[in-house]
Write a protein that binds this ligand. Structure first.
Ligand code: ZN
Length: 63
């Protein structure tokens, strides 16, 4: 069975640090809040998948 996860790299919308999250591609869409591992600010992570491939991704500041 293949692993339906993807490590996605992006820059923190607060401090600009290059960080990554592991996305669960078995979900059709997710929307959650995660703290930056560098500056600890909360950011909203949202993504959607299509046939277990990432089709849409965005990160927003909460402030
Ligand atoms: Zn940060």
């Amino acid at each position: 069975m293949s692993q339906l996860t993807l490590e996605h790299h992006f820059n923190c919308p607060y401090c600009g640090a290059a960080i990554s999250v592991v996305l669960d591609l078995s979900q059709r869409a997710e929307d959650y809040v995660e703290d930056c591992e560098v500056c600890c600010q909360p950011m909203r992570v949202a993504y959607a998948t299509d046939d277990a491939e990432l089709s849409w991704f965005r990160v927003d500041r909460l402030d």
